[in-house]
Write a protein that binds this ligand. Sequence first.
Ligand code: TRP
Ligand code: SF4
Length: 338
Amino acid sequence: MARKTSTDKPSIQTNVVVSGNRPTGDLHLGHLNGALKNWLQLQRKYGCFFFVADWHALTTEYADPSGIHESTKSMVLDWLAVGLDPDTSVIFRQSDVPEHAELHLLFSMIVPVPWLERVPTYKEQQEQLEGRDLSTYGFLGYPLLQAADILVYKGDRVPVGEDQLPHVELTREVARRFNRLYGEVFPEPRGEVVRIAKIPGTDGRKMSKSYGNTVSLGDDPDTVYSKLSKMVTDPRRARRTDPGDPADCPTFKLHEVYCTDAEKAEVTEGCKSASIGCLDCKKIMIKHVVEELEPIRSARLDLEKRKGVVTEVLEAGRDKARKVAASTLSDVRSAVGI
Ligand code: TRP
Ligand code: SF4
């Protein structure tokens, strides 16, 4: 038999998809293109667990958790509106499944603190989110809780943004250490990053609620138009007669995602020769964005009318998730012998 190498597939392959998102309020085009469209594809092929990571939100919002509940509801509505299907995927809230916390505790026994201290997001976030005290035990354990989220479903495909890859890598190390100590229980999950053009916000920075530069999934056509028509462009086009270059234009990143090849060629030519103005150029793209958002917005309005729909979905999801999680925990307890 061939010698095992580090590139060998892990012995347990489950094709279980696990991903979560912290409840941060209204979802926007960045979420739609960066995560949700990919989740919809995965939902057609695999068993998927999609959850609202409200405990993860608490690691940074513990001093004022008042928004977490509303944001959770809003996020579930957005998920349903884009087409996540609670009959196909398990859609739930992390804090409804206490097995995540139990597994996190057991992992905390075997994971050396330096593994957590060297996760790049730890220091980065502490620096970025200045003004709050993130020297807490819970914040240090953020990626370990994430490992528990994934492994409690024996997940092995984890669709995430690039910034989350170190957390998936830590998850693999935790799975390996657990399996070595107590026997093979967990697969070693793979992080799967979708390579799409990053969607910039209207100011050209990363689209993010904290920058106030988003186009939300629930924005009506007038709002979308007014936000995107003011979006920053190639600064060389200060006057209508100045030529520019789409390569240096944040708005064109949206054209890349939304426009046809013919449209892209047309505006590229028009931009470089100054034969079109930025507003004309933007209108071509805005039309597609509105076309994409309209059905989502109308689905969301319908869902909002159905009282209790979020509670119903979350309760059904909780029950399905807990069944799987309880079965893993029973394997885990007998492996540890406790
Ligand atoms: N940390 C992730 C984020 O900020 C959210 C998350 C929590 C997650 N648990 C997870 C993602 C498990 C994938 C799998 O985006
Ligand atoms: Fe950007 Fe279009 Fe203006 Fe060129 S014409 S700078 S691509 S918005």
